[in-house]
Design a protein around this ligand. Sequence first.
Ligand code: 16G
Ligand code: ZN
Length: 538
Amino acid sequence: MMSRFADAAKVATSKYPKTTNKTIKYGTAGFRSKAEELDFIMYRMGLLAALRACDTKAAIGVMITASHNPVQDNGVKLVDPMGEMLAPAWEVHATTLVNASDDEIPRALEKIGGEARIDLNHSPLVFVGRDTRPSSSQLCDAVISGVRVVGGDVKDLGVITTPIIHYVITCHNDGGTYGVPSEEGYYQKICEAFVKLRSSGASNGNYEPIVYYDGANGVGALMIANFLKHLGNSLSVSIYNDDGVLNHLCGADYVKVQQKWPEGVPRIQNVRCVSVDGDADRVIYSYIDSNDKYHMLDGDKIATLIAGYIQELLKNSGLKLKLGLVQTAYANGASTEYITRKLGVPVACAMTGVKHLHHMALQFDIGVYFEANGHGTVIFSKEARAAIRDAAQRNNENANKLSQVLDVINETVGDAISDMLLVETVLHARGWSIFDWDKAYADLPNRQMKVTVADRTVITTTDAERVCVTPEGLQNSINEMVKAYPQGRSFVRPSGTEDIVRVYAEASSQEQADELAIKVAGAVYDQAGGVGSKPQSL
Ligand code: 16G
Ligand code: ZN
């Protein structure tokens, strides 16, 4: 019998033939590589998204972006019905489908359909969105072909940020409970709450409502302009990096990794600079002080600022809700110390990757989660949300503020712009300048390095990637090295997005953090099959 998916193979062969025999895996960030290698993958992700929509009987999202990576790269990620990352079982299906030959596509689809017991009579709907990369439009057409060849319908959101597609999918599938399922609905919801929260005027104490915005030359630069239309004079935002090379010498990743002021933004002392990444789901703050020294405030600083504020509102409102913070192994030791000891907020550690943090944050009534690299948000349990809204209606002033804070947040996934508005809200409420915020605690100096090995899967870890299990003996070596450094800490993990092993080290001085990182990188090279030259300097 001819497969009902026979056309999927025909279109694959004629328009989107497979161009590689390398095994490819759906990783932490979906599929990501050089743009010219992605047509066939995009087409197949269109097929898969349609099947997933039948499986869940809900609309599914497909986002085309390579986030903070260079402009030549691209990538694709599927978004599940409630804005979550694709379910793990379907990551496996994605990998199977992409590694099948063109002829094997119908069989692979039948198999996935069978395993998931999909109702193929359902009419699938897939939302697609893309970033500003020149390759994104063509790759989007490939996704759309995939959806249509199996009878699916497409809603094309055009050029959009990753967090907006997560929001629109959620609202579409929950019948509009979370918000109006459109881009415009998103701006309105967030901005209205933001403006209300500063009804007493935009300045307060040391807080001035002025920011410089580094758009990374990407979609974040376009979208902020739309937000601004709804913000009135509540916040003055000067937009920079809106038409150069994407993520080049600017943006959240550059600022965080290089610990440098972004190019393209005027280097003015004492101004807050907000850097976002190429799809606007990461945010980093920085400033130059009066002595011309550069300071960076990363995801850890943002998380502690937000958690501290929510904790205060909770306390003053009398609401008994359990607040917690989720970090990863990359969280600066000083931030963990500050939040647990000073603020008394419990901290949990999750594996790298938004879905792991999100999942762990669900254990709290209110879970703040952030990666040091600036990915993060706050999520509220249904009960917590109801309790807050209820107390707000009974004129509990602090609950009312919390209720508005809830609307500034994108709970479906971290949004650089919504996170920025949340940070601005807290700074405004506290009457803080960026120095007041920064001085809460001092980051321990740290260093990250990469080591290339023949096979990075020889490195396995446990305890949220903080302990290395194999190769045997490597963790002991790391422990011995760390002992020699005051406040020393180090861990290694295989990257989920690049073919390398990552090394992290922190210590009480920059020289020592650098030295420790180099030593640990050397141990990885020696004990995990390093290739090329052994890392001996930064
Ligand atoms: C992906 C993850 C990010 C994580 C990074 C780690 C999402 C949406 N993105 O970009 O959260 O920090 O991978 O990369 O989950 P690595 O495994 O190469 O260190
Ligand atoms: Zn991103």
